[in-house]
Write a protein that binds this ligand. Structure first.
Ligand code: AMP
Length: 300
């Protein structure tokens, strides 16, 4: 992949890492091989992770989650709703929701050669190089740590086994939630996605109604329409076209499905089949996570 190779050169060497997390992520990455990651033997990763935990400031979570550092990951195909549920959980648990797709889009909004080369990859449904995404995520985590964040819900990362190995080397991920949705619904949900260009809120104009049968229940997901203040400002993501969504689904199956197995083997994967839209799925998800109590009413 020519563009990818050019990007690889542009990102090497990285900007010097400021402290532990960046430097460990980046040093780990630079020692990974295309045949599977091999972390730098000179790095005592357990020690690094412990050091990182120690240096984290107290969380600003609500009182009932005080002292709990959530390191959660959301997996799932494009369009499944990772962003929706990760963002609701982030509000509930008082930890940031970090979506690498958002970090990439922010980067793409700047001008320059690098940005236009990345755009080429993203707009064709390809993954951006591991080096680039690790660098972006490290910067985001460092900035968060400086603000006192300790814990997060990651959405869209890791997307390759190399990324998962590297993350596992520096942080003990507690839980990986693998969201699943009927395949017929995924494409429709991506094509129906709309974003308010002003406030960034996500909506969906698709009305999904999949008939039941063969033991399957009917699945109904009503559209999530914008309020009048956003109506005239809606935009569609450049990679939400039919052709590109199909490519993103293909890339997911090839590159990210092995990440599910990576976490399954480590006993960290929670499989969650979405039964329908938010009203049916959210309470069920909270039950699956043993989080159902009065607090959910605050954001239901
Ligand atoms: P998303 O918003 O999660 O669908 O991500 C949008 C695009 O950003 C993806 O199609 C990729 O091109 C890029 N991207 C986001 N996260 C990653 C990642 N962890 N690894 C590689 N590329 C990523």
């Amino acid at each position: 992949m020519a563009v990818s190779h050019r990007l690889f050169r542009l990102f090497s060497p990285f900007t010097p890492a400021k402290n532990n997390l960046s430097s460990f992520l980046i040093r780990s990455l630079s020692s990974s091989s295309p045949h599977g990651p091999s972390l730098d033997p000179e790095i005592d990763l357990k020690e690094a992770a412990a050091e990182l935990e120690k240096s984290s400031s107290p969380s600003s979570s609500p009182s009932w989650t005080k002292g709990r550092n959530f390191h959660w990951v959301f997996l799932g195909c494009p369009g499944v709703g990772k962003g929706t549920y990760a963002s609701r959980l982030s509000t509930l648990l008082g930890v940031p929701h970090i979506a690498t797709g958002d970090l990439v889009r922010e980067e793409l909004s700047s001008s320059g050669l690098l940005s236009s080369q990345l755009k080429e990859l993203v707009n064709h449904g390809k993954l951006v190089p591991d080096e680039f995404i690790i660098s972006l995520l490290s910067k985001r985590l460092e900035a968060g740590k400086e603000k006192g964040e300790s814990g997060y819900i990651l959405d869209g990362f890791p997307r390759t086994v190399t990324q998962a190995e590297i993350l596992e080397g520096v942080i003990n991920v507690d839980l990986v939630i693998n969201l699943k949705l009927k395949e017929e619904a995924l494409l429709a949900k991506c094509l129906g996605r709309r974003i308010c260009s002003e406030c960034g809120a996500n909506y969906n104009v698709a009305c999904i109604d999949i008939k039941g049968g063969d033991g399957d229940d009917r699945m109904y997901m009503p559209p999530l329409l914008p309020p009048p203040k956003c109506e005239s400002k809606l935009i569609t993501r450049a990679d939400d076209t039919e052709e590109v969504v199909k490519e993103r689904l293909r890339v997911y199956n090839k590159m990210t499905q092995p990440v599910e197995e990576f976490y399954r083997k480590r006993g960290k994967l929670l499989e969650f089949e979405l039964p329908g839209g938010i009203p049916q799925s959210w309470p069920k998800l909270l039950r699956a996570l043993h989080l159902e109590d009065d607090k959910q009413s605050a954001i239901a």
